[in-house]
Design a protein around this ligand. Structure first.
Ligand SMILES: [Zn+2]
Length: 228
């Protein structure tokens, strides 16, 4: 700011937030008015004036006040503009939720819109936050783990999740009501629910017991693991 923009009346007292009743001479303040008019042409003065106690003679605020108000205002504007870059891919999920967690790949990842849609449905029916523990997994990470089986994480159609304030059993049952979910597992070893949107007509579902064995869903398995 140039000194020109900070006119300090010769006889002004200490800086004060209160309206300056001991005002500088008339022509001086008219001078200020025209200057601040060109600086704050976007109507800031009017708004600020309403908030402050009006000076007795209805005159303008002291130059110090005007400066304070301008600074405060531009500070607010800066805060509003400082939004994080959007990572969002749907109403409740962001790219970060699905990104591969191997820590080595920073490549683009694949995630299916069908999977995101199914998760949004689950978000709506549960009305709880969903945490995605695993979404996309890159091919390198999968091979490193020694898993050569067909894996739906590498095609971006699978997720391992938990639902806030819900047991695995409750979350699994909510998932069962979403027809788009075609692969569904209650994983009691990881304490998470697995779901995918593979292209099949019939749903496959299973339980992974605490010792890690995979049990195809049946009435017995359901009774043993998924009873309320
Ligand atoms: Zn990776």
């Amino acid at each position: 700011m140039s000194a020109d923009n900070n006119p300090t009346p010769p006889n002004s007292e200490k800086k004060s937030d209160k309206p300056n009743t001991n005002r500088p001479k008339r022509n001086r303040s008219r001078n200020n008015r025209s200057k601040s008019g060109s600086n704050g042409a976007n109507g800031a003065n009017g708004a600020n004036q309403n908030r402050e106690k009006p000076a007795q003679d209805g005159a303008k605020q002291s130059p110090q006040q005007e400066r304070n108000n301008r600074n405060r205002r531009s500070g607010r504007q800066r805060d509003r503009r400082k939004k994080k870059p959007s990572n969002r891919i749907s109403e409740h999920f962001s790219k970060r939720d699905f990104a591969c967690k191997c820590g080595e790949c920073t490549k683009s990842f694949r995630i299916s819109l069908g999977l995101i849609g199914a998760l949004e449905m689950l978000r709506n029916s549960s009305e709880k936050r969903i945490t995605i523990h695993k979404g996309y997994e890159c091919q390198e990470s999968k091979e490193k783990s020694g898993n050569f089986r067909r894996n739906h994480f590498t095609t971006g159609i699978a997720a391992l999740i938990t639902v806030d304030d819900m047991s695995i059993i409750e979350a699994f049952k909510l998932c069962e009501e979403i027809p788009e979910i075609k692969g569904l597992g209650a994983d009691f070893k990881l304490n998470m629910v697995y779901l995918d949107t593979r292209k099949e007509d019939e749903r496959s579902s299973w339980v992974i017991s605490e010792d890690g064995s995979e049990l195809k869903m049946s009435d017995d398995v359901r009774k043993k693991y998924l009873a309320d």
